[in-house]
Design a protein around this ligand. Sequence first.
Ligand code: MIC
Ligand code: SF4
Length: 641
Amino acid sequence: MGLSLTNKILQSHLIKGNLMPGEEIAVKIDRTLTQDATGTMAYLQFEAIGIPKVKTDLSVSYIDHNTLQTGFENADDHKFLQTVAAKYGILYSKAGNGICHQVNLERFGVPGKTLLGSDSHTPTAGGVAMIAIGAGGLDVAVAMGGGSFYMPAPKVIFVSLSGKLPEWVSAKDIILELLRRLTVKGGVGKVFEYGGEGIRNLTVPERAVITNMGAELGATTSIFPSDERTLEFLKAEGRADDYAPLSADANAAYDEVIDINLSTLEPMVAKPHMPDNVVKVKDLKDTKVDQVAIGSCTNSSYADLMTVAAVLKGKKVHPDVSLVISPGSKQVYEMIAKNGALAELISSGARILEATCGPCIGMGQSPKSGAVSLRTFNRNFEGRSGTKDAGIYLVSPQTAAASALTGTITDPRTLGKAPEIKMPEKFHIDDSMILSPSTDPDGVSVYRGPNIKPLPVKEKLPETISGKVLLKVGDNITTDHIMPAGSKILPLRSNIPAISKYVFESVDPAFSERALKEKGGFIVGGENYGQGSSREHAALAPMYLGVKAVIAKSFARIHFANLINFGILPLIFDNPADYDKIAQGDVLEASVILKELNEKKPLTFINKTKNEEYKIKYNLTDRQIKIIKEGGLLNETKNYA
Ligand code: MIC
Ligand code: SF4
């Protein structure tokens, strides 16, 4: 049997292990990306590791999340990041140059390379046949220092696309259909590899919509082959030399096959508050809409915005709708400005924002109370927009534009003939907002504003751990629940004592105080605990509050790794019925934890409140157990630096 494209690339980067699904492998990382909200911590960690220059082929630091600058914090952090980049050999993409994943695709996507990014939507680059994986900042810091990236070898799922998308139906509808079928935990431990004759008609930016939102399936990553469409895109970006054809062997073996006939798809929408809560747009027709937001790393490409402009041309946004648009990059922005499309958008009544994440991460444009907000984004978790009781609906740019005109959720197919948007033969190329590192790194001193606080450290794991169950939560808890984002909290990303006050704020505002008062304790969770973003703050801040272990039914990939990196035990109920027996406030104790870990035995937890005993499993490799025993990866890495 031949190899899938995924396994070909992984094989050529394999440092340790075998490509047997579930077995831990170590992979060489060619390139890294960071963004400002996770980057400050990643670079503080990189500095702590103590290496003078990054060892990757290319590392880029983007400013795209924390750009509201309502106080000094974000601007200070940007300066920190700029000076760190100059000193340690990293490219620096200034605020305004665009969203990391869009700019990365345009300027740095190269087929066959590996990319590790401190952002969960790093797999966007799978649209140009990269193995691009999201991870916590500390894993990215280690990769910048030349260390391998450890992960379980994935199952590879072949998604066979046949047929052709009908008019008004878009790449977004393909991934929404997959989310409908597989749910937000359907991709855990898997890579989705796309193929079939249906991919021939999908451009690179369309493919990138699909790989981007593979993150919402919980997938390790998603990938398309490198073919004529890839060459066409790279040529238009002036990078034809980066092209290499890449595909799976004809007789490649896959762990599963999923068929989607594109010709049968319709416009889809994910209803509040989960990206897998997907129905047909026509089923929600006539629902009144308050806000429409177009942009984010999912749907902010040139073709997306040209489509929106074509739909809105000569028309006006409905009086009850606030339409906001954020282009994905300076490249896209400048092109639509030069060709007049931006004028059409402005004339229709759209409010135009910077080329940043913006409303996607609650950085402004929070909708009104109880609003219906249609967004072309990838996540609709409760409260993420900044308005707790708003309902966020995830749609394609076509559906968003149609609904902005009518004021109700509208199937774009009701608008008549769809506009035909052509990919430009040449994109506008101007990399002047990407700054090169200094030629005199010793002469650069790193700027540290007062918002940058030292990294908290954790002590080694003791023989006995005990404490109260500080919180018990249900299934699919997101990192937005654990460590919320938004314009108020995001500026505190480099100040762990300050940000830790907001842990679980939307679930239980008293959590942080209680955790500190009790000197830490445990969290009990359901299935897919920690899904969503890569933010390691969802582990780092609970660590600061003294959380010793999270006992859940199952975990999402990135959060699982982040918990280990910060010395918090991610434990799994051996008997899921034990989940029901434990209540918030119960006192738990594991008295011989080191001994049991050393002997690879299940852990014995005594519930002192209920006088019960539970056997608790863990799915940890020797390497991971060592990290936990040391109190986290940074302690462990420093031992060897
Ligand atoms: C997100 O979409 O939630 C973010 C903000 O981009 C995060 C990273 C972060 O929390 O800084 C992600 O997806 O990893
Ligand atoms: Fe930015 Fe939103 Fe994409 Fe996260 S999902 S990188 S916040 S645009």
